[in-house]
Design a protein. Structure first.
Length: 258
């Protein structure tokens, strides 16, 4: 990532965000009217900005048709069931917009890095996830997947802010304590996930050192990716220097911090 990328001006950010949130409101009206189902998955490094991006997306959405799902660690019962089973009840019904703040991709990230799953379970996940997602989209579900990444220095600064900011204390977890120590291990897990799980639903990879730019480009990409007649104006594609649709054969070192 480009550490020297100048932070976006706050006024310009608010102006663009307002227009994009109008677009989200129009998109939701279309989802409701046409009984479509939209699921957006957010993955990424600890403190990469998933919470804040989701907050801006849902800020002016209908609370009846919008849900954020952030499951805790699996229970003993969860561990005795089919791996994907605990997420199935949270999938969107007709007219709903659901956002997963982490998802079944926990197995390809934190579980694999921290040893919370066996090598066989990890390999089975990489084999099965494509077929599972194919079932979802064949049933008419609209599925988008975003991976937010940040540099080592930016992650260190944000984790320190969590420790010192009383309004962010709730975000602290035991996994945070080893996030920096295992930065390279998470990089390897990220690369393996991007290479293995982009079919049938490709990843949208976001360079998120600048939170404002990242939020805007994610919303822009959602609006550009979900067909809708109700948008107030045409939506330009996301800035490819911030958000890239990942293709098989792409090299993370060409775009992301190692």
């Amino acid at each position: 990532m480009r550490a020297n990328l100048r932070a976006m001006d706050k006024d310009a950010y608010k102006d663009q965000l307002y227009g994009l949130q109008i677009g989200l409101a129009a998109l939701q009206r279309q989802l409701i009217e046409e009984d479509r189902r939209l699921l957006v998955i957010f993955e990424g490094r600890d403190s990469a900005g998933k919470d804040s991006a989701i907050k801006r997306i849902i800020e002016h959405q209908s609370p009846r048709e919008t849900r954020v799902v952030a499951l805790g660690k699996p229970t003993e019962r969860d561990r005795s069931t089919w791996y994907f089973q605990r997420w199935v009840p949270h999938l969107p019904a007709a007219g709903e917009f659901v956002l997963f703040n982490r998802s079944w991709y926990n197995r390809a990230g934190v579980e694999q890095v921290m040893g919370f799953c066996t090598p066989a379970e990890y390999a089975r996940f990489l084999t099965d996830v494509g077929a599972f997602e194919r079932l979802l989209i064949d049933e008419g579900l609209i599925l988008l997947k975003y991976y937010l990444d940040i540099s080592r220095a930016e992650q260190a600064a944000r984790l320190e802010d969590r420790r010192t900011n009383p309004l962010k204390q709730w975000k602290i977890s035991p996994v945070d304590n080893v996030a920096l120590a295992k930065f390279d291990a998470y990089t390897e897990a990220r690369d393996a996930m991007l290479a293995s799980t982009g079919d049938p639903v490709p990843w949208r990879v976001v360079r998120a050192d600048d939170k404002r730019r990242a939020r805007l480009e994610i919303i822009r990409d959602i609006l550009a990716s979900v067909p809708s007649r109700g948008l107030p104006e045409a939506i330009d594609p996301a800035d490819k220097t911030i958000l890239r649709l990942w293709r098989n054969g792409d090299r993370p070192s060409d775009f992301l911090e190692r």
